[in-house]
Design a protein around this ligand. Sequence first.
Ligand code: NDP
Ligand code: 2IT
Length: 445
Amino acid sequence: MEAKKVLEDLQRRFPGEPEYHQAVEEVLTTIEEEYNKHPEFDKMNLIERLCIPDRIYQFRVTWVDDSGNVQTNMGYRIQHNNAIGPYKGGLRFHKSVNLSILKFLAFEQTFKNSLTTLPMGGAKGGSDFSPRGKSNAEVMRFCQAFMLELTKHIGPDVDVPAGDIGVGGREVGFLFGMYKKLTHEFSGVLTGKGLEYGGSLIRPEATGYGNVYFLQEMLKTRGETVKGKKVLISGAGNVAQYTAEKVLQLGGTVLTMSDSDGYIYDPDGIDREKLDYIMDLKNILRGRIYEYVEQYPTAKYVAGQKPWGEKADIALPCATQNEIDEDAAKQLVANGVRAVSEGANMPSTPGAIRVFQEAKILYAPGKASNAGGVSVSGLEMTQNSERLGWGAEEVDGKLHWIMENIHANCVKYGTEADGYVNYVKGANVAGFMKVAKAMMAQGIV
Ligand code: NDP
Ligand code: 2IT
């Protein structure tokens, strides 16, 4: 396999999908060497079969808004690969959603899920519908219309969706209700469900907690801890909130959080009480992050900017893809940032990753460091199958073990001659090998 050639071919066959090409390029260039040690892989054309999704569903979603207008959105589900388990991955509801973004996410999910050690294939889906500014009733009607079509393609042993940007507990509830109504079946078909109807303790916290557990493991390799460190966080949603919570629990100082309009910087740190305010603001009032400075006037709000220009020790991007470009990465390194652990999916551009790796700072790609969310989704599936619910400590303990294990695998496959751990290579090779072996064993299907 020649990574460059495979990529050129995919670019020609699937033009205009830059995020998908970006994610594929990162994986291909880092697994090329290992892949070519196994000539049997190429004989089975494993690489094309792994890069091109098994199937893509695309459908129109029609719903009626509060003013009686008929609205249309696009709905998608990408079932990327089910070599190691049922398709599994979140749903994203955001106006920016398109095929390229969901293909990159489904591709990444396949390797991430492989890293978790749990039996889950890779998938992603969503819509260009954004819940922002919509009433509860509108969100419910949209979710019901979306599920009317999606129901045909999912099932507890087929494909198990969950949340992502714009899809939290509220949306999962509405989606689950409609699936149940349509199929006349109460099953573990979605994860991220409410605790009262089959959800798992620690699932809301899992991505953020897992991100910080991974960070702890990275810091440990350099004899450091989170305690006393100044931390920049982007985003103010599910992943950002619980990343901040765990940083606080470990004695770090959170200086920033953001949304797509700008960021807040609190020189005194966002403490527990202030984080509670943000959680209420975002999860209940569905407000905007600038409102923080009205509540806490010693903080500043910077409109239209990302937080990467502020001085700190650690950066934890938890908003969206490509939110750290090469210039931002240079700024972070120049300002003394020594570790970057991604809560979001693909938040660093290829140029930014190069800057981090050339500076030899600790850098964890999302498919390793944010795998805690889907891991606890996998544990939710196990609990649903058992028809039992585990305690918070038990789930958190398993999450912690999974993150340590992913870290150990990255070190195993990603340590370079000078001792620097290339976590991108480590995660990609470790994730790839398991999927590849499973595909080889199952023949050409
Ligand atoms: P939420 O919808 O809860 O929060 C998203 C946050 O990111 C909001 O603050 C949002 O601001 C901001 N954001 C979204 N899109 C953009 C954009 N285009 N530019 C700038 N800011 C943006 O989503 P999550 O916290 O669940 O997801 C955040 C990231 O983590 C995503 O990359 C997701 O794929 C990833 N992830 C999520 C997991 C999960 O379990 N939820 C698991 C693993 C990864 P605004 O309100 O302005 O839109
Ligand atoms: O990107 C991700 O891993 C998620 N959005 C979580 C997926 C899941 O199935 O829990």
